[in-house]
Design a protein around this ligand. Sequence first.
Ligand code: ATP
Length: 477
Amino acid sequence: MCEFSSLGLADWLVKQCKQLGINKPTPVQEHCMPPILEGRDCMGCAKTGSGKTAAFVLPVVQKLSEDPYGIFCLVLTPTRELAYQIAEQFRVFGKPLGLKDCIVVGGMDMVSQALELSKQPHVVVATPGRLADHIRSSNTFSMSRIQFLIMDEADRLLEQGCTDFTKDLETILAILPAKRQTLLFSATLTDTLHDLKSIAMNRPFFWESKSDTRTVEELDQRYILTPEKVKDAYLVHLIQKFTDEHDDWSIIVFVNTCKDCQILTMMMREFNFPTISLHSMMKQKQRFANLAMFKASVFKLLIATDVASRGLDIPTVQVVINHNTPGLPKIYIHRVGRTARAGRNGVSITLVTQYDIHLVQSIEAENKTKLKEYPVVEKDVLKILTQVNVTRRQCEIKLESTDFDEKKETNKRKQLILEGKDPDLEAKRKAELEKIRSQKKKFKLNIHETIEKQKRGQLKKKIMKRKQMKKAGQTSA
Ligand SMILES: Nc1ncnc2c1ncn2[C@@H]1O[C@H](COP(=O)(O)OP(=O)(O)OP(=O)(O)O)[C@@H](O)[C@H]1O
């Protein structure tokens, strides 16, 4: 393994790394830092927890020290929590320079962000939606001279998933200079390689860690096959087991929806586990506070939606539990990648129902790894089954008595307004679409019935004709 200094990193930065306990470069750092320092665009694809952040932060900080000005670098990232984490890395490595950063994310005060931006910080770390809002609404800052555009979790930024960043990215890219270095990183770049190449136009250097598997060897990947109704009992049992067996434990449980996140958090608290949650329906300040408390081990159990599945670096996490089997192998890779980071060991356990077996098969095929069964004494789970299910029902009733569903509706309306749509019109449009759909269905059903009737009629006629012919034959005989 080589040294940081042989990669072209300045002595003061090598010293800074040493102070942070970073002595030798990881492969993604070893391969991507030299071309970045040479001025090339770079696309780096390496496993979760392999040090991709430092692979782009270190060269940028070095280049900034040679020609410091603001705004020098823009980092885009899909989640707000990740933006804070990346900004922290810039602050730590750039401390000797007095590096100034500005975090521009949704859910936080826009006016103070605008003020910060106008002070020309060296580095801006942003989520696309909020930065695009600033670009559309103010002219107090300029990004026309930026030297670096970095897209962390680049494939997610380009994906047209539940949060679609495409329009915001267009707004942002339009104000950036064509002459810049573009750096794209993720653990799962390959699917979006083609789209990414059009963003990094300057003959990008592409590096992908060569490995048979897409998850790290230190990760012990397990599954438990369970009927849907017994899932929660398995979850409680597993958490109890880890609590009993380890003094120093920290677990993330991933769930599918905000509502499930809320219910499971309430449930786990009923069972006296020190639990906290993270999902997109929470106020942003609460999200940050909860994450900070989990990082500080004040709470040992975090129940989260996929808002926490990418990038978060929490070294104490030993176990990741997938309460639902992720629908895409990519989501699985990022979720389980919250443990077994930077060479540490970790376990992931995926709860699989009979309806999810095909999902596990595609996860195994895509990641070229077989998941092993996690051994559980079933009768211990069955012992707590009734109590767990009763507790869930109680928590569901409790949640129904709050305004959680209304909040969800309000949030949906807010989102539509932010997208420039009229929520009432959208609701009307949806209702009309629904009406058309049901009319079409009815129409299809009618046609089907008519055809069937005709067929039955024709068949009847044929039978009658045959009977008549038979009769006629008999009489002539
Ligand atoms: N050269 C190194 N030696 C030891 N530890 C390192 C090194 N570089 C980074 N780390 C540490 O490894 C951990 C994971 O790094 P990082 O968060 O950058 O991973 P990542 O590759 O971006 O993962 P993900 O794909 O999940 O976002 C961090 O705690 C970081 O401080």
